[in-house]
Design a protein around this ligand. Structure first.
Ligand code: ADP
Ligand code: ADP
Ligand code: MG
Length: 495
């Protein structure tokens, strides 16, 4: 096992990895930017080293500085988390060359899955269905126009290096195509330093269903079932669950076998995710592979009773998976909500603030993976995700009810968050009915207004002072009604 792991990330995922290391008895080194000097991961790790200024290029993406710090502090492995350098094969290679273990797949596997165009070819060769599309590397715009007509509108223009929902355009007719190609290229160049785009058939109101893979270095490649992540805004997930209401055991076996075949085709090692998109008739197609830990991994951990982060570390240190596919069995149902500093009433615009009051929900089957603490400043330098609330229960309806209660139990004053809309989503009859395609938010919340306008910063500060030291009165969260004046619609959110 490793001696000390450098965690090349921030926020809840860094905190999550520190926890896994502690349980394995491995020392941790946190790294941080000047903007994160007071961040939770810095407080929690055994040691911490500053990388540089807030700007990610100078800190969390600063490969040379991260390697320097790793060597200075005697780290024998680096965990990249997700985002930042997690899918950067060049970084993985440099880590390897420095004699340090990169906790993730081999750089060559990352290369083959890093860009969407070659990944599509790999998936197809492995026998998996891919979204009908056009991805010739040296195509002219005339070729694209012809290809789009062949595929049939609507089509999607996507960045080959895309991630986080960026560099995507839906195109309904030929007149919009040129502008979409130009726009997607610009966005891709800016976000990923690579303007390569391709076309995919636009699947109308699909479900996003992905398969978790766990592969060791001894030839065992297993899948841990699916996650449905169709509740999205800006092509980014905010609610995820397993099992999916659209997947039965036979389909799980088929999708799982396809995912395993794709992972084997690139000699995959570690935890990874094969993303599929499913149309309304149940046909599914390969979208991309994420060669890293996924934000929504906790729902799988709950249902399969495994610690995926610990397994990433144990696999990287050479351990063999001690169980077979047949021995992996799901139990119950799990749902995750991503809690973000954003205003759902303003098109999910990211928000800043000071955390004045924080109440963390608890109870059986409730887990909060969080970067939050009271008194903290939430800035605009990084991703607005603050925490993830995950519940586990015997079945889906129990999990939905548990999530609704936990969301309303959570108190967050001082920064506007999406807690309010999350509680409405899990309460929605369409959610209960499993009608959860990617159009869900646009369909039900296009003119979303917060039922209770936010509590202004000054009032939040006053409340924080008032509440300090005395037990907080709870609202009657079971019926979603506020029992105290501060507890708008039964939770403490959206201030
Ligand atoms: P996924 O398919 O898991 O959503 P994405 O490629 O969309 O994967 O990226 C991961 C998500 O996590 C994105 O929403 C991104 O903005 C966010 N993200 C990336 N890095 C971080 C981080 N360090 N802290 C919080 N959120 C992050
Ligand atoms: P990213 O790398 O940004 O995560 P993905 O290819 O995984 O990009 O797509 C992200 C989301 O965008 C999907 O979950 C889905 O909601 C939507 N999407 C992507 N491709 C298509 C498509 N061909 N048709 C319809 N929706 C799509
Ligand atoms: Mg994706």
């Amino acid at each position: 096992m490793f001696h000390k792991i450098l965690i090349a990330n921030r926020s809840e995922v860094a905190v999550r990895i520190i926890r896994a290391c502690r349980e394995l008895g491995v020392a941790t080194l946190a790294v941080y930017s000047e903007a994160d000097a007071e961040a939770l991961h810095v407080k929690q790790a055994d040691e911490a080293a500053c990388l540089g200024p807030a700007e990610a290029a100078l800190s969390y993406l600063n490969q040379a500085r991260i390697l320097e710090v790793a060597q200075q502090y005697g780290c024998d492995a680096i965990h990249p988390g997700y985002g930042f350098l997690a899918e950067n094969a060049q970084f993985a290679r440099r880590v390897q060359e420095a004699g340090i273990r990169f906790i993730g797949p081999a750089p060559d596997s990352m290369d083959r899955m890093g860009a969407k165009i070659p990944a599509r070819a790999t998936a197809e060769a492995a026998g998996a269905p891919v979204v009908p599309g056009f991805d010739a590397a040296d195509a002219s715009d005339t070729d694209y126009i012809k290809a789009a007509a062949d595929i049939g509108y609507p089509v999607m223009v996507k960045a080959s290096m895309g991630g986080g929902g960026k560099g995507m355009r839906i195109v309904h007719s030929e007149t919009e195509l040129q502008a979409a190609l130009d726009g997607a290229r610009r966005e891709a160049e800016k976000a990923f330093g690579d303007a390569t785009v391709f076309l995919e058939k636009y699947i109308v109101d699909p479900r996003h269903i992905e398969i978790q893979i766990l592969a060791d270095g001894h030839g065992n490649t297993l899948h841990l079932g699916e996650r449905e992540c169709s509740i999205q805004r800006r092509h980014q997930k905010i609610v995820e669950e397993t099992p999916s209401t659209a997947v039965d055991p036979a389909l799980r076996e088929r999708m799982g076998a396809d995912a395993v075949a794709i992972a084997r085709a690139v000699g995959y090692e570690g935890a990874g995710t094969i993303e599929f998109i499913m149309d309304s008739t149940g046909n599914y197609y390969f979208l991309e592979m994420n060669t890293r830990l996924q934000v929504e991994h906790p729902v799988t951990e709950f249902v399969y009773g495994l610690d995926i982060v610990q397994w990433q570390i144990r696999i990287a240190s050479g351990e063999e998976l001690p169980f077979s596919q047949a021995e992996i069995t799901p139990r119950g149902h799990s749902i995750e909500c991503r809690i973000c500093a954003e205003d759902a009433a303003q098109g999910f615009l990211p928000q800043v603030g000071n955390v004045r009051v924080l109440r963390e929900p608890d109870g059986p089957g409730v887990r909060l993976d969080s970067m939050l603490y009271a008194g903290q400043r939430i800035g605009a330098d990084y991703d607005p995700m603050l925490a993830k609330l995950i519940v586990h229960a015997e079945d889906r309806s129990a999990a939905i009810r548990r999530m609704g209660l936990a969301l309303r139990d959570m108190g967050l004053l001082g920064v506007t968050s999406n807690l309010g809309i999350l509680a409405e989503i899990v309460d929605h009859p369409a959610f209960a009915a499993g009608k959860t395609d990617t159009g869900f938010i646009a369909r039900h919340y296009s003119d979303y207004r917060d039922p209770e306008p936010g509590i202004p910063e000054k009032l939040a500060a006053g409340l924080a002072a008032l509440i300090k030291g005395s037990p907080v009165q709870r609202g009657d969260s079971a019926n979603g009604k506020a029992a105290d004046p501060f507890n708008a619609y039964g939770n403490w959110s959206n201030t």
